[in-house]
Design a protein around this ligand. Structure first.
Ligand SMILES: [Zn+2]
Length: 223
């Protein structure tokens, strides 16, 4: 047995500029010096602390939020709703900067594995359709920045520092957006029932007498 074999998974080197690119390290502090907008720097600070660090995806989320606010002409502090098309990174800037959370139902995740968001403002009362904008990191545009494109397509080891540096240079030029009117779901009546199996109260859906947990345990939900 080769005792000198590294015990760590080779993938732990991803995002580590010291090992990936020796002698050519890029430091996040230097990358962020390119930013002159104090509000963007404030956003980055908030997101880094909430997310744990500034990932490329979290930075993309900040850019998407700012594009959405501008396109929807949202007032500062105006409540937004977002559907993120991935669990990765993107939801966090919307949670900490825009107050869209899972708990207040202003954040939805539709896990298509896409770097895209659909954002809208609160719809006026008695309106069925709401104006939304879908913003996507566009591969037809990131291709102009080969190393950023490599990061996006996961075809090379590109540290966050380098990808974010390129995103700062590119600004909004690597995004595409489309306005659309989406239909608001009707708010269903909330009915609470007591499960006939476990006796616990639950929000009843489709009039079933068993709670979802008991249905799963009994196997009703399996096929
Ligand atoms: Zn039950």
């Amino acid at each position: 047995m080769n005792k000198s074999a590294p015990r760590v998974c080779i993938h732990s080197d991803y995002g580590n500029p010291f090992k990936v690119n020796p002698g050519k390290e890029i430091f996040m502090d230097d990358v962020l010096k390119k930013i002159t907008d104090p509000y963007l720097l404030f956003q980055i600070k908030q997101v880094s602390s909430f997310h744990g660090y500034l990932s490329t995806g979290a930075f993309i989320g900040i850019q998407m939020l700012n594009i959405a606010k501008r396109l929807l002409e949202a007032d500062p502090g105006e409540q937004l709703y977002v559907a993120c098309e991935t669990y990765s990174c993107l939801p966090d800037p919307f949670q900490i900067l825009a107050g869209c959370t899972i708990g207040n139902k202003k954040l939805k995740i539709r896990d298509f594995g896409k770097m895209a968001v659909v954002v809208n403002k609160k719809a006026p009362e008695d309106q069925m359709l709401v104006r939304s904008v879908r913003i996507v990191l566009d591969p037809a545009k990131t291709v102009q920045y080969p190393r950023l494109h490599e990061w996006y397509m996961n075809t090379g080891k590109v540290p966050h520092e380098e990808a974010i540096s390129l995103l700062i240079d590119a600004g909004e030029s690597v995004y595409s957006y489309k306005f659309m009117d989406i239909e608001l779901p009707k708010k269903p009546d909330k009915r609470i029932a007591l499960c006939i199996n476990c006796g616990e109260s639950f929000v009843q859906k489709n009039g079933g007498a068993l709670c979802l947990a008991c249905m799963e345990n009994i196997g009703v939900l399996k096929e």
